[in-house]
Design a protein. Sequence first.
Length: 136
Amino acid sequence: MAIKIVRQYTVFLPNVPGALCRFIELFANEGVNIVGIASEIRDDSGVVRVTVDTDKKISYILTSAGFTTVDTPMISLELSDQPGELLRLAKALADHGINITTVYGTALGGKTGRILINVSNAEKAVEILKASLEIK
């Protein structure tokens, strides 16, 4: 299992055909891999969260393209894909007073899954998870 801090960029997009395509094209043009994406649509607009695994700061690219963006540290964590693993993660953080504010993820082929979480203190959470879940 692996754990590290990655970056999430949150933007508002219009709810029209092609808007998401134009947005994610910016990442592809910069050679930046998207490791997680989530959206919430409300009527004529939506919020899109894109998590990337790169040291390259890309908020300036989004701003140059006309997007107002929020850049947030996220924890990327690979866990065993089995019942109770997310509970172990949530309990370890809750027991140490760490609040989870955003979570999304998926299975990666039956044996492992990737969870992306935003917490009240990313550095402290990484230390807690490494110790509690015995990960590298």
